[in-house]
Design a protein around this ligand. Structure first.
Ligand code: GTP
Ligand code: MG
Length: 197
């Protein structure tokens, strides 16, 4: 897979608009403001592929990107933003359910969790869901550059007990600033989407 070929395709506001799922889909999921757009940009080595926002929780859309003819990137809407109206939360839930329960070709889910804090109830719910459904997934611990050495060690140890169902080498500290973890995440993407490079 040629990571440099990643390109924005379209944003979908309802599940029923989604295109047929043919190519493997690499899915990015996490709460609003966790650093999803920044991670996508770093992993695919592009500055403005996904829009980095200063205002969280603005868009409830599923964004599709293509990676040449090899795979799709699926950027799910962020969850857990308190100021979002209930109607938007309901729309979010419907889109998630629609996306995950319609037999799509999901090859890997990258679940993002802010490394500075214990996983939120919503994070745990997503991870439980992924564990139950059996979709391959990894956990990216975002904003790792914001922790000092001691905090880093403490949080990394703690998260392994907070997420007991996740294999330890699938918990990957990540920083969009210094690139920590980007290569490991790329390797998982390659491994699961069947690309040779
Ligand atoms: P929404 O799409 O709005 O839900 O947010 P998102 O999850 O896509 O997060 P985004 O990438 O837009 O980043 C949110 C904020 O966190 C921005 O101000 C980023 O600059 C900052 N940020 C993201 N990743 C990192 C990181 O690894 N390190 C640091 N220090 N800041 C980061
Ligand atoms: Mg975003």
């Amino acid at each position: 897979m040629d990571f440099s070929k990643a390109q924005f395709e379209r944003a979908y506001g309802t599940f029923s608009q989604l295109p047929a799922s043919i190519l493997p889909e690499i899915v990015f999921s996490g709460r609003s403001n966790v650093g999803k757009s920044s991670l996508i940009n770093k992993v695919f080595n592009r500055k403005n592929l996904a829009r980095v926002s200063s205002v969280p929780g603005k868009t409830v859309t599923i964004n599709f990107y293509s990676v040449g003819g090899d795979a799709k990137i699926v950027d799910l809407p962020g969850y857990g933003y308190a100021k979002v109206a209930k109607t938007e939360k309901d729309r979010w839930a419907k889109m998630m359910e629609g996306y995950f329960n319609s037999g799509r070709n999901i090859s890997l889910v990258v679940q993002l969790v802010d490394m500075r804090h214990p996983p939120t109830a919503d994070d745990i719910m997503m991870i439980d869901f992924l564990t139950q459904t059996g979709y391959p997934f990894i956990v990216a611990l975002t904003k790792s550059d914001k922790l000092n050495k001691t905090e880093y060690k403490t949080r990394l140890e703690a998260i392994k007990t907070e997420l007991p169902t996740v294999e330890k080498d699938r918990i990957i500290p990540f920083s969009a600033l210094n690139g920590e973890g980007a290569e490991t995440i790329r390797n998982y993407i390659i491994k699961y989407s069947g690309g040779s490079k």
